[in-house]
Design a protein around this ligand. Structure first.
Ligand SMILES: [Zn+2]
Length: 67
């Protein structure tokens, strides 16, 4: 678990499609991802998540580890 001291968000917009009016942006991480440590909107997040490897997906709490 990485503890971040960064509380200030400089630009509240999606790093991929640059939308600024997303309801919710999620912090995306993934060692080999182009958008690691970036804020992504929901559609972009899902798209990038689907491109992760199984092992990378397992790092996410909501991913079903039984698969
Ligand atoms: Zn986006």
């Amino acid at each position: 678990m990485i503890k971040s001291k960064q509380k200030k968000i400089l630009a509240y917009k999606c790093a991929r499609c640059f939308t600024e009016d997303a309801d919710k942006l999620a912090w995306f991480y993934g060692s080999d991802s182009l958008y690691a440590d970036s804020l992504l909107c929901n559609p972009c997040f899902k798209k990038m998540f689907s491109q992760l490897t199984i092992n990378q997906k397992k790092e996410w709490g909501f991913y079903d580890k039984k698969n």
